[in-house]
Design a protein around this ligand. Structure first.
Ligand code: PLP
Length: 368
């Protein structure tokens, strides 16, 4: 059985749209795409009057090298969000098929499923926020075509060990595509599941330049998978997903200087993460700091709403994650610059001091 047997038959039968840019090889005078002959102001070398390459070879090669796979095993698009959406559309028949997720987790999987009218099978993480492989496997019905696993998980920060990814991929062979979202893997100690794509044709790995590579604004994400899956998605992705300025920024980020900067910033984030985790754990009113392998911390508070408001009042925005299951008392704080992290600790320290003062006044008042 081919992994493509899991995909929607009408998508497999589709002929790809042939864009003018795809038919452009060998030309020197381009009068085939109704573009302007003049570059826009401030264009430099970008040639933004021309449509971009659908999958720019230099960028695909650089990303494939970075992730240790062949260029034919990689699709680059507008962030991993686009890859999630393409997967759901290609594999889930509306009103019939489903995805599986493990809440609390990243919201886009369920959003893409809802847009496609696909079902969402949920298998909650365990009380320590680790993934229960047996429970996930027990919940897989024939309708489930995609199983999303987020590692490190957003918003909790924990890893799914690679041996669990292997177990899932093995058990789901010929049944479902396992989609491992590694948006934060660069901040962790763990090896990437991209090393397993030659071994499992039903494994897809999401990687992004949005987090560790500082390019959230450029929207560059990759899907790494078996080349049949990549070939299928190349047929349905929008004709020109990657703006030329974004491709240029990505190429700079992946050149030597950019790589060195990314490595240095990852080291700072990791050190600051440990510093913030211990400082916050010692703070009055903090119930628990969840162990994190990402560039954020999920923190349970006695009064999360009050902490959120206090930080907001000081101009510091954090993410309120109280709506997530099992996280009704939690906030998620991204690791920022060291001085920004200091500000967070200062505000929380001041808040704790104010609370202590109020308690003392009340006790003194009662005593009188
Ligand atoms: C941020 C994030 C993404 C989104 O990545 P883009 O490449 O910016 O679309 C994907 N998955 C998770 C878990 C994230 O937290």
């Amino acid at each position: 059985m081919s992994v493509l047997d899991l995909a929607r038959p009408e998508i497999r039968a589709m002929q790809p749209y042939s864009s003018a840019r795809m038919e452009a090889s060998g030309g020197r005078v381009f009068l085939n795409a109704n573009e302007s002959a003049w570059a826009p102001p401030g264009d430099g070398e970008l040639a933004c009057n021309r449509y971009p390459d659908p999958q720019p070879a230099a960028l695909v090669d650089a990303l494939a090298r970075l992730y240790g796979v062949r260029p034919s095993q990689l699709l680059v698009g507008r962030g991993s969000d686009e890859a999630i959406d393409l997967l759901v559309r290609a594999f889930c028949r509306a009103g019939e098929d489903a995805i599986a997720i493990q809440p609390p987790t990243f919201g886009m999987y369920a959003v893409s499923a809802q847009i496609q009218n696909a079902g969402v099978v949920t298998v909650p993480l365990q009380s320590d926020f680790t993934l229960d492989v047996d429970a996930v496997l027990a919940a897989i019905t024939p309708a489930v075509k995609l199983v999303f696993v987020c590692t490190p998980n957003n918003p909790t920060g924990q890893l799914v060990p690679l041996r669990d990814v292997v177990r899932l991929a093995q058990a789901l062979t010929d049944r479902a595509l396992l989609v491992v979202d590694e948006a934060y893997i660069e901040f962790s100690d763990a090896p990437s599941a991209t090393s397993l794509v030659n071994q499992f044709d039903n494994l897809a790995v999401l990687r992004t330049l949005s987090k560790a590579w500082a390019l959230a604004g450029a929207r560059i994400g990759s899907l790494v998978a078996n080349e049949d899956v990549i070939g299928l998605l190349r047929r349905i992705i929008a004709p020109y997903p990657l703006p030329r300025p974004c491709v240029a920024l990505a190429m700079q980020a992946l050149a030597d200087e950019g790589q060195a900067a990314a490595r240095a910033h990852i080291a700072i984030v990791r050190a600051q993460r440990e510093r913030m985790a211990s400082a916050l754990a010692a703070m009055p009113g903090v119930r628990e700091v969840l162990p994190s392998q990402a560039n954020f911390l999920a923190i349970r508070h006695d009064d999360a709403a009050a902490v959120y408001q206090r930080l907001r009042g000081a101009g510091i925005l954090v993410r309120d994650i109280q709506r997530y299951p099992q996280l009704g008392d939690a906030l998620r704080i991204t690791i920022g610059l060291p001085e920004e992290n200091d500000r967070v600790l200062d505000v929380l320290q001041q808040m704790a001091a104010d609370v202590a003062a109020t308690v003392n006044e009340t006790t003194a008042g009662q005593g009188a």
